[in-house]
Design a protein around this ligand. Sequence first.
Ligand code: SF4
Ligand code: SF4
Ligand code: FES
Length: 317
Amino acid sequence: MQKVTFKIRRFDGEKSWVQEYQFPYQPGKTILWALSYIKESIDPTLTFTASCRHAVCGACAVRVNGQAVLACETLLDKMLDRWETDTLLIEPLQNFKVIRDLVVDWETKVERLARVKPWLIPRDEFSKETGCRQTPEEFKKINKNSDCILCGCCASECNKLSNNDSDFLEPFIFSKAQKFIADSRDKDPLSRISTAINNGAWKCMHCQECVTKCPKGLSPADDISFIRQFAIANGIRNNPGTRHAKSFLDDIQKTGRLNEALMFIKTEGLLGSLGSIPVALRLVRKGKLRLKHVLAKPIKEIEQVRTIIKVITKDKK
Ligand code: SF4
Ligand code: SF4
Ligand code: FES
């Protein structure tokens, strides 16, 4: 291969277009090297951000063929091999407002991050003299999420955010919340839990995009599960998410199958379900919802299922 082509989605504040650039192939280079080459040798108006060049600052995240990556640590060869091509589409992160070309606006994200109070609120027994001490075991529970570099890759690929960001926070915000909720030195985990629950912790779609895209190996989806479990354990249960989870578990325990019709009513309540009656009637007409689904009998392996649930729930206690 002599040349590589980048199709770069550009934006000048008013209009957006895709511009093609060709540059000589060199082995062992990164996406960021290629962007810098284009800026220095072909088009000085191309705009992007980068700073540390060592996967530390999080500034260089872009989408390559629809996948968010850090440009400074992503090898051009790897992308060309993966897509079996000599042409890559480079775009700004999704689910962010674009300022110019590949530069996105973090201001709203930082404002949203502040909702979960991402700072330590020390318990009353701590003072300047004693400091905020914790054991190595307690530290281990919160250490992982300190690695977040706020690159935005998880938020870019989050399917729930793409669908509707008005009732859901960015995955990294849930991870930040988890870090302080689990911190033994903090005195206000419950207010962060309430904020997380009221801002979509039960609306995560479990697509795992945030997990597979995080360049630091973090797992916002697991942090969301942690937040849900912490909320239930602390009595924050009066919400559709908790009711849905309970109904799910009850069904599996009872029959080994999900009773989706009743689950909806148990989750949303009778009043909340009224608006869905036309959909239910359509499902009945199409034969997708039958009485036998509502009055389902236990499957023949039900005792094995119940034993599995007993073992899992015992581990959680
Ligand atoms: S698992 Fe949840 S938080 Fe993570 S990307 Fe999917 S919808 Fe978003
Ligand atoms: S959780 Fe991972 S992907 Fe998301 S902002 Fe932090 S480092 Fe980036
Ligand atoms: S330039 Fe800092 S993470 Fe890529």
